[in-house]
Ligand binder design. Structure first.
Ligand code: C2E
Ligand code: CA
Ligand code: CA
Ligand code: CA
Length: 279
């Protein structure tokens, strides 16, 4: 038994080393990926259910890895967060999204709002409002075109601080959304005080909306709550016509999901918009 224990231990250490080595190489690859501009943004359109038009896009990062191909954010964002590279990546996302908005404007495309996901560190970074103002100026953009998404858990972690940070951000005229709403814990008293415009219902509630009455109720009540607080609602992960129909019936304003389009490269957004001009 002793020998086996030792054997297991050794195996365990080797396993740890392998994992650690992989982690470290992923970290250094992330750093060089950033330098070599291997990241790309894909954009997922948001449809306004009232007008039937595209009104905005959410920017979603991918890593175009030279040998492994397109890597989804779930596989590198957590590592980037732990390694402290997330701020640099987040800043690249802001830059690139603003550059793209400027390019779309130059191309004569009707204005689309751009939603950008913020990491915790970015959200709490006191220099963020000035950085955004700078980017807006460089690209000649109106702040109203930007929407910043903060997750429910980030915004509720320290709500008094959140209010201040949010005020500083919205001062310039941009808008804020609470992402993944319903997956964490929200204090309604604080939600009421946050200067936000939108609640995004998490895909986990939308997925089984047709078959699970409690998910349907959760969506229904979230829309009611949002409207009472003067907020609009975007439902995420809409994949079927039946989900769309239900969401429309409960008064949800906007949807995002594979039913409309998966996240796509910028050029595909251009052709989508030319076919369905935004309002
Ligand atoms: P999220 O912000 O909740 O983004 C929505 C995710 O749902 C995206 O995954 C999107 O591709 C996926 N999705 C959209 N519609 C559907 C659908 O109809 N069905 C299904 N099954 N999935 C759908 P993605 O692009 O892999 O991003 C995952 C997460 O990574 C995001 O979740 C966000 O938390 C994070 N992320 C992405 N880009 C950034 C970024 O630039 N900065 C930061 N900090 N986080 C990011
Ligand atoms: Ca999001
Ligand atoms: Ca989300
Ligand atoms: Ca999510």
């Amino acid at each position: 038994a002793k020998a086996m224990g030792r054997g297991n231990f050794q195996f365990f250490t080797e396993g740890m080393n392998a994992a650690t080595t992989r982690r470290l190489s992923l970290e250094s690859e992330l750093r060089s990926g950033l330098e070599r501009e291997q990241f790309v943004l894909h954009y997922q359109p948001q449809l306004d259910l009232r007008s039937g038009r595209l009104v905005g896009v959410e920017a979603l990062i991918r890593w175009n890895h030279p040998s492994r191909g397109l890597i989804p954010p779930a596989e590198f964002i957590p590592v980037a967060e732990e390694a402290g590279i997330i701020d640099a990546i987040g800043d690249w996302v802001l830059q690139e999204a603003c550059r793209q908005l400027g390019a779309w404007r130059e191309a004569g495309l009707d204005p689309l709002r751009m939603s950008i996901n913020l990491s915790t560190g970015q959200f709490l970074d006191k220099t963020l409002p000035a950085r955004i103002a700078e980017l807006l100026e460089v690209h000649g953009l109106h702040a109203g075109l930007l929407d910043l998404e903060v997750t429910e858990s980030v915004s509720m972690a320290s709500p008094n601080e959140t209010i201040e940070v949010m005020r500083a951000l919205t001062g310039s005229g941009l808008s804020l959304s609470i992402d993944d709403f319903g997956t964490g814990y929200s204090s309604l008293a604080y939600l009421k005080l946050f200067p936000i415009r939108t609640l995004k219902i998490d895909r986990s509630f939308v997925k089984d909306i047709e078959t699970d009455p409690s998910d349907a109720d959760i969506c229904d009540v979230t829309v009611l709550l949002a409207h009472r607080l003067g907020l609009e609602v975007v439902a995420e992960g809409v994949e079927t016509e039946a989900q769309l129909k239900f969401l429309r019936s409960i008064g949800c304003e906007k949807i995002q999901g594979y039913l409309i389009s998966p996240p796509v490269p910028a050029a595909q957004i251009e052709s989508l918009v030319r076919r369905h001009p935004p309002i």
